[in-house]
Design a protein around this ligand. Structure first.
Ligand SMILES: N[C@@H](CCC[C@H](N)C(=O)O)C(=O)O
Length: 268
């Protein structure tokens, strides 16, 4: 028997996922499909798979699978694209939407112009600082660990162009200190409110941007006295604005959400 699934390819600052409305197309084995469909040469090509579905606690539910099939707790760029998807495909008329994720319920505020969602602000909740790491001779870095629901290791360097991310990224992702693996960010302070960041994502490798990674980087910069509470994080595929609210301690992420194309995939 063959199955056909309609999907939408979307990206947030270049971080691209395949989005499936599981109200219409339930996916029985998302881990396998994430691996198969994310492949660039033999699949659709993406950083992973995002399922939009029913929630009895919020307006919608989001599940995120990396390109290696592992499920993550949260996806910042993905949550903005889910906001655009549910609004533009008529699943809701709301411009303030609650989204259930494995890392709790997030609130999305959509900026809409003539029916098109041009930007989304996500209340990402409170970050958890999980300490700093001083690596030995192998890696000459002091890094800051921040959890945004998912784990991030942020390292500030003088010159980000000197970092060989394809070489060091996987080594840090799998470093024995991190039994659940980690996302890896290298960042350079450009000014008190501007940070350049590159990311090696757990389960997907180098991506053009990472929303939770941008939040973790902004928080780590504040913790280390390197930046103010509101900063622009410039990644390979685009920028997001991160504000770590002094009163609520919540992190607010604002950035773009872009549709690339709709498609249909048939499999047996
Ligand atoms: N790209 C995402 C994060 C996706 C999950 C991550 N790779 C993990 O395994 O924790 C984002 O925009 O936050």
């Amino acid at each position: 028997m063959t199955n056909t699934v309609r999907f939408t390819k979307m990206h947030g600052a270049g971080n691209d996922y395949i989005y499936v409305d599981t109200f219409r197309y339930p996916i029985a084995n998302p881990e396998e499909k994430a691996i198969e469909w994310s492949k660039f040469h033999t699949g659709i090509g993406s950083d992973g798979l995002i399922l939009i579905g029913y929630s009895n606690k919020a307006d919608f539910n989001m599940r995120i699978f990396n390109a290696d099939g592992s499920e993550a707790m949260m996806c910042g760029n993905g949550s903005r694209c889910v906001g655009k998807y549910v609004y533009e495909y008529g699943l809701t008329e709301k411009t303030e939407i609650t989204l259930e994720t494995l890392s709790g319920i997030k609130t999305l505020k959509l900026q809409v112009d003539k029916g098109i969602v041009i930007a989304v602000t996500v209340d990402m909740g409170s970050p958890v600082s999980t300490g700093s790491v001083l690596f030995g001779d192998e890696f000459p870095y002091q890094s800051t660990q921040v959890s945004m629901g998912n784990p991030h290791l942020v390292t500030f360097v003088e010159d980000i162009n000197q970092i060989d991310l394809p070489e060091i990224g996987p080594k840090l992702e799998h470093y024995p200190l991190f039994p659940d693996r980690t996302n890896v960010e290298f960042a350079q302070i450009i000014g008190k409110d501007k940070i350049r960041m590159r990311v090696w994502e757990r389960g997907s490798g180098i991506t053009q941007a990472c929303g939770t990674g941008a939040c973790a980087t902004a928080v780590a910069a504040v913790i280390n006295g390197l930046a103010s509470r509101k900063s622009e994080i410039i990644m390979d595929g685009g920028a997001v604005t991160i504000e770590w609210d002094e009163v609520t301690e919540h992190v607010l992420m604002t950035g773009p959400a872009t549709k690339v194309f709709d498609g249909e995939i048939t499999f047996s």
